[in-house]
Design a protein around this ligand. Structure first.
Ligand SMILES: *[C@@H]1O[C@H](CO)[C@@H](O)[C@H](O)[C@H]1NC(C)=O
Length: 468
């Protein structure tokens, strides 16, 4: 494919949780008119005012005429070569009557705000505006990302988070890249560093990056609440909105979940999706984010018992998600025929259009089904035990089991003791003689149907059995 379609793909981009560049969008540059309360860079007739009590580091690219300048108590100008200020002797033609213009406060801009970052796979992509789409948690720099504050630019960022530090692979400030922990902490304590970074958490660099070809978990779920606190969700029109892992809002679109094995490369697969599908004109409006996430596994869909890594592909498009569903189906079709070569064991998708879910036939999600099978087995054993088909081995160290066994004893008494207390005097003689052969001391686990709580003194060997 020639270069032009790539440029057109500006908005059909693939995100991945392997090392990305994350660039801070806002700046505190003198020349950026969004930084001035009047919406214009001040000119020669204007009075320029910086809030006295606000710390600020201002980058100045060129030379500016001013009428008067009110400076803050703590602040700095970073002057580009040839940049500076001068006061005009006469009127600045074409500047207007002259107003008092205030430099806006950037105190509240938070590191953990996903809207203030843009992501790209390379610095080159960043410069060309080939930004990636990611879920909210991954829009903020991940542990293994390279953080970029634009060269020829200054900024002020509030790094407060729920953790004592925010760690990333590297940070670039004013064109200099820091990847040594000590060097960067030295920069943070410098005059500029203190004006640019503030807040309760320290940013540390020198993280190992992501060495796993199948991708790495972003690591921002610890800050999920704070990240989502900055996000406003819009109302949706689709039938069954979806909530991607790591996202703050429900979305209309599709989510493809991919289970992988050795040999899966997130980078390769991302490029494959890019070339096979996202370059097609019918998918031009698609936003696609692909990353490794840790999905919470839930017992019976409720009780969380662990995390399992999987590849999440979030597909969004402007309309009600019909294009997303079509792309999800295309991706699954591709996996069905080439999955084994790509290191993909299974894939499934959900759509918000109400079309239901689908997964590629064949292999089974190990963990989930393993657990389901275990539950089924346990239920089966319980039922069979209650019916007297199977007798439970005696495991005296497990109190819950002994309670369970007492219940089954009730059953053996033919409902006679259904209303609560077993009579231990009846209990033992009724049960024990039925299974004399299972009572041997040579077995480390003896198969008995006896209860633990009520030891009949008549049967002493019973007691020794429990303490054995
Ligand atoms: C000016 O600041 C705004 C908001 O912070 C930002 O989106 C924009 O890219 C900046 N302009 C330039 C030319 O950098």
């Amino acid at each position: 494919m020639p270069k032009i379609p790539d440029v057109l793909l500006l908005f059909c981009l693939v995100g991945a949780a392997d090392a990305l560049y994350k660039q801070w969008i806002p700046d505190t540059n003198y020349e950026n008119k969004t930084n001035w309360d009047k919406g214009e860079v001040p000119c020669g007739n204007d009075i320029v005012e910086f809030l006295a009590q606000r710390k600020v580091s201002v980058f100045v690219e060129t030379t500016h005429a001013v009428q008067e300048m009110r400076l803050p108590v703590h602040g700095e100008f970073i002057l580009n070569s040839g940049a500076g200020f001068y006061v005009m002797s006469g009127q600045d033609e074409g500047c207007g009557p002259g107003v008092t213009t205030q430099f806006k406060d950037s105190e509240s801009l938070q590191w953990l705000n996903p809207a203030l970052w843009q992501a790209a796979t390379t610095q080159d992509d960043m410069q060309h505006g080939n930004f990636l789409f990611s879920v909210h948690e991954e829009s903020v720099p991940c542990n293994y990302d390279d953080v970029v504050f634009k060269a020829r630019s200054s900024f002020r960022v509030d790094t407060s988070s729920s953790q004592s530090s925010i760690s990333v692979k590297s940070v670039s400030v004013l064109g200099k890249t820091f990847d040594s922990k000590s060097e960067f902490s030295e920069y943070l304590s410098s005059h500029s560093g203190q004006l640019q970074f503030h807040g309760s958490s320290a940013v540390t660099v020198g993280g190992p990056g992501c060495g796993d070809p199948s991708g790495c978990d972003c690591g921002n779920s610890v800050n999920h609440q704070q990240i989502c606190g900055t996000v406003t969700c819009t109302s949706l029109s689709c039938k069954k909105p979806l909530l991607p892992v790591g996202h703050c809002c429900n979305v209309c679109g599709a989510i493809v979940t991919i289970y992988y094995t050795a040999g899966f490369s997130l980078k390769t697969y991302r490029e494959r999706i890019q070339h096979l599908f996202l370059s097609l004109s019918k998918y031009k409006s698609i936003q696609l984010g692909m990353s490794k996430v840790l999905k919470t596994q839930r017992l019976m869909g409720i009780i969380p018992f662990g995390n399992s890594p999987e590849i999440q592909v979030v597909i969004l498009d402007g309309d009600k998600g019909t294009k997303s569903a079509a792309l999800a189906k295309d991706i699954l079709k591709d996996i069905r025929s080439h999955g084994s070569n790509l290191g993909i064991t299974e894939a499934e998708f959900q759509t918000s259009s109400g079309g239901g879910t689908e997964s590629n036939a064949g292999m089974v999600v190990g963990v989930v089904f393993g657990v389901l099978i275990m539950i089924t087995l346990i239920v089966l054993v319980v039922v069979l035990t209650r019916k007297g088909v199977v007798r439970m081995p005696s495991l005296p160290s497990l109190p819950s089991l002994s309670i369970f066994k007492r219940n089954s004893d009730d059953g053996d008494l033919n409902g006679a003791a259904d209303h609560g207390f077993d009579n231990p005097m009846f209990d033992r003689p009724n049960v024990l003689p039925d299974i004399p052969g299972l009572y041997g001391t040579e077995n480390s686990i003896s198969l008995t149907q006896t209860g633990v709580h009520f030891v009949n003194p008549v049967y002493d060997e019973n007691e020794t059995d429990f303490t054995a």
